[in-house]
Design a binder for this molecule. Structure first.
Ligand code: 1PX
Length: 218
């Protein structure tokens, strides 16, 4: 993918993603948009390294990353430092389509909500991977995590395409290897470190959207 947001030749490392999620929270538990987006960039790198069947998924993620980077680097970038400040700014300025898509189809809030839902999938999937046995099937772990989370927000045709892509996932060992951490035991240990961070960022964001009645933004 010739894309400046996620260059193809960059190698994925789980450590890098872990580090970006570590940077995500401010002292008073707000979520830095810059690091959140950087975490997603790292994950997309991983997805790209798995092959072109996942292209339609990474393309959508990259589009959403680009929208958010556009805001971060735009004239009102200072309003987009944290998810909290973004939400306040967009709501106060009437920049969010709350019930149906209209003048603001690509608000930061609705765009980030899509990635946020995908973060729940990631959390569920990585937890399955972490606790799986040697003969565990990544395709099944991935599909179970998806059905429990993101699938509820996707129409039939996307669910179907996603289901087909999952079947192309490498087996557990090969999968752990692409993470570039070391032995399977070391990957499992690092997942154990990464998951609470991902989970905390997810929970904080989820509560924020819930408090503002924005969990169903169109
Ligand atoms: C490792 C295998 C990767 C499987 C990825 C599982 C998620 C499957 C998602 C399928 C999304 C299909 C693409 C289209 C989505 C959009 O319709 C839909 C709605 O957007 P809209 O309201 O703007 O229309 N978009 C979304 O829900 C956002 C999807 C974002 C998916 C990002 C997935 C990144 C996966 C990263 C893999 C990392 C693996 C773990 C490594 C440590």
């Amino acid at each position: 993918m010739a894309d400046s947001v996620v260059a193809e030749d960059q190698k994925f490392s789980l450590k890098e993603v872990l580090d970006t999620f570590k940077l995500c929270l401010t002292e008073n538990k707000e979520v830095y948009l810059e690091h959140y987006v950087a975490g997603w960039r790292g994950l997309v790198k991983f997805l790209n390294s798995l092959g072109s069947v996942f292209g339609f998924i990474s393309k959508d993620a990259v589009n959403k990353i680009k929208i958010l980077v556009g805001y971060l680097e735009g004239d009102n970038g200072s309003q987009y430092v944290t998810i909290q400040s973004m939400m306040k700014y967009e709501l106060d300025s009437g920049l969010v389509d709350l019930t149906k898509r209209g003048n603001h189809p690509e608000s930061g809030c609705r765009t980030l909500l899509r990635l946020h839902r995908a973060l729940r999938w990631l959390e569920l999937f990585l937890e399955r991977l972490r606790t799986s046995s040697e003969d565990g099937k990544t395709s099944v772990m991935c599909a179970d995590a998806y059905n429990e989370s993101l699938a509820q927000h996707h129409p039939w045709v996307i669910r179907k395409a996603a289901g087909m892509a999952f079947c192309m996932l490498p087996g557990r060992l090969a999968f752990l290897e692409v993470m570039n951490v070391g032995t399977p035991e070391q990957v499992v240990a690092m997942l154990g470190e990464a998951l609470p961070l991902i989970s905390e960022v997810y929970q904080i964001t989820e509560e924020l959207y819930a408090q503002n009645n924005m969990l169903d933004l169109p």
